[in-house]
Design a binder for this molecule. Sequence first.
Ligand code: NAD
Ligand code: UD1
Length: 335
Amino acid sequence: MTILVTGGAGYIGSHTCVELLQKGYEVIIADNFFNSSQDVPDRIAKISGRRPKVYELDVADGPTLERVFAENSIDAVIHFAGLKAVGESCQIPLRYYRNNLDSTLTLLETMEAHGCNKLVFSSSATVYGPKNESPYTEDMPTSATNPYGWTKVMIEQILRDYCAANKDFSAVLLRYFNPIGAHESGLLGDDPNGIPNNLMPYVARVAAGQLPKLTVFGDDYPTRDGTCLRDYLHVVDLAKGHISALEYAESHTGAEAFNLGTGDGVSVLELVNAFQKVNGVPVPYAIGGRREGDLAEVYADPTRAHEALRWTAEKTVDDMCRDAWHFICTRQAEG
Ligand code: NAD
Ligand code: UD1
């Protein structure tokens, strides 16, 4: 089977390409490398022993995407390509709506023209909005608090409408919780440009001495230690969830959402302490004020993914911390 992976050079996409190649799928990456490095396909090849085909393109560029479908017989698409920084999406909302919506619409039109009818889409726990309470279940109403989140809510709706009109189309909407960690080889991981917004890459850079200290955003939440709870899952477990989703799409039509998370809430301080303990490195931190828009508790009910996809996150928080640290040390050693 040949799988087109949009955004396949990115953090989650690259790990998913490794899993796909190791399972024997043919892999084609379509990425504009806006938020990823040109050497990622080489790293994927080094780990998996097989080389993905790569097209450097903008998925919203219809004629170029058309060429990819004309040149290859594509059986299914995993659609990771998108902009993903919440804060930035509030500053440049049009860019986010244009990129995330246009790329999806162009992709669907091109798939339709070529009779390709299986799609796995990168959605997010952010679609549960601020009003639902954890643990989240897939049938809860969706909403958002920022343009990034709205693009996910809107794309989910587009896919539901498209499936309602096209009965042989399968759209698997994967709602990721908080993917962290890295490939155990140290060759792939989360390597954001500039100062990271997300917790784990920030912690890793503090531990590596690249940043002076972590600010913990609030310790006055109604949680067991006052800091926010999140459902962290290892990126390799998440990548494997995409294989399960592809298998599901083989025998199901329609649009269906699945939570990919562990079901456990881990606090900011628990994560920082686990990182220090498992890696034997200090992570200096100070307690600061709350970050606007943060919720006290965000964790999944992953029952539907367990039952229908036969997928369960297997790696522990210690695994996530160890692999994130190995990745940053490898990066530093590379210079
Ligand atoms: P990433 O930025 O590392 O990867 C996205 C990739 O898509 C990048 O390589 C980027 O260059 C590419 N891209 C963006 N727009 C493109 C376009 N128009 N055409 C071609 N390539 C394009 O992000 P990630 O963390 O791997 O996330 C992948 C997907 O998962 C995104 O859709 C994101 O919104 C979603 N998601 C991520 C998280 C997370 O915590 N990382 C959580 C929930 C959902
Ligand atoms: C954020 C986004 C979410 C997105 C996800 C992955 C917000 C409000 N939510 O989720 O939509 O899907 O990233 O890209 O931005 N923290 C600190 N100090 C830091 C950084 C984070 O204490 O320097 C805390 C946060 O307050 C939070 C936890 O760590 O409680 C996790 O933060 P983060 O990694 O940014 O993920 P989310 O906020 O869950």
